[in-house]
Design a protein around this ligand. Sequence first.
Ligand SMILES: [Zn+2]
Length: 495
Amino acid sequence: MFRFATLIIFLVASVTATFTQAQFDPLGGLRQRLEDQRRRMEQSMREMEERRKDMEASLRGASGTPFGGSAMPADAMPAQAADDSDGLRLTPGEITYSNGESILVRDEEGEEIVCRLHVSIGDTHVVMLPDGRLKSFPIEETRATEKPFVPMDMDSIEAKLLKDPKLAGFKTIRSRRFLYLYNSSELFIRSSRTILESMYPAVRKYFERSGIDVHEPELPLVVIAFATDDQFQEYRRMPKGVVAYYDAETNAAFIYERSDLSDHAPEIAVKNAISTIAHEGAHQILHNIGVQQRLSRWPLWLSEGLAEFYAPTSVQKGIRWSGLGSANQLRMMEISRDWEANQPRGTGKTIQRITSSDELDSLDYAYAWGLIHMLSRRHQKELFACVLDCSRLRPLEGIEQISDQVASPSEVFTKHFGEDYPDIEQEMTKHLMGLNYVDPIKNQTHYLVIYGGTVALTSSPEAVKEMQRRSGGRSQVRTFPNRLMAEKAMAAISR
Ligand SMILES: [Zn+2]
């Protein structure tokens, strides 16, 4: 039997890595450090992809036969489930889909519990436990039952999660639909709560208009927020560079607050973290209101583009959700940097690449956002038809080597939007150029540090402190709301 959870997690859990651009820092070092950080992230994303390919290769190698435990080296499994008893153990075989039947299984304590059948593959039932987790059981260890499946309420789920030693001491807060377990700051978790709860009705309404039969989530939507990367990693090992993910197996969203950027570009770091929770929250909402079936695989350009479409947040005048379809300034920044380096020519190559790809880098995420934004404004009927089509993808459908052939990501695209890639790309470029864009890097707080005969410009409070320390407290610091004003003042001083 093959420990399959890892592969499933990588295929369906959506992972967001941030690649924030560096800004020039007269002290030097910051840019280099951010560049290094970005390279490390890209490296680990590549490693993750290679591991995924290895796993798929070992699957192919043993097609039709159950796998020996040695089919995959232990160190090729980067994402062990939090609890070893968790996880999906699947042996490839015939897939049968569920009609929502109730199934009796024994839980970790040996108690019989009523679950709901999610999908069956080979000799295995994948069931949804009353707490919303998906778990696999050999069919012979299960029994059909007439008893109804009863999802757990928020109180019981909270009590159950708090028993996890890795979450010991975590605080909880709630909103109507979300349950947050956290040891992050109060500001961070309260901002997340405001954003997700204001986002939810808008996202739901948007998909109601697509013709999908959407419903309220059956279970509380759990968000687990760690204060630091280390704690996030200790809970479940993820490739370096992953800052948050929605896990389709446990149905929870995981995130951490602190990043290396916090000290050097705090406004961008907050914006990034808050947009990330909105992004993962979008995946989570879509998986819980009947839009995307858990363990189904959608084309990445669509699922990631949609999540980015809902992600824009604002940190000016308090942290809040920017509203459906507002310009995603962080993604616009990446696109405009790309346009500065490579004139947009509308060859269609960018659209063709991202709509056919099974892996997206940071710039691809940006263009996936741009594409969805344009389609949502200019081709909404076709976009809704495309989403409706994908909402019919069932569990394990669309996953290579496990299920039957389904339409490739580019086939899904061309079916609804045609094959005139240059035309679509030109339309997207024109559309994006018409959006109101405020460069978030240039519009963060900037400081001038004046000491002796020198003036230094930086956006990093950490750098300011360092310069103050070096000057023995004899420097003067002036604060500006954006880079342009700081530069003007700097020019005036230097004159
Ligand atoms: Zn995502």
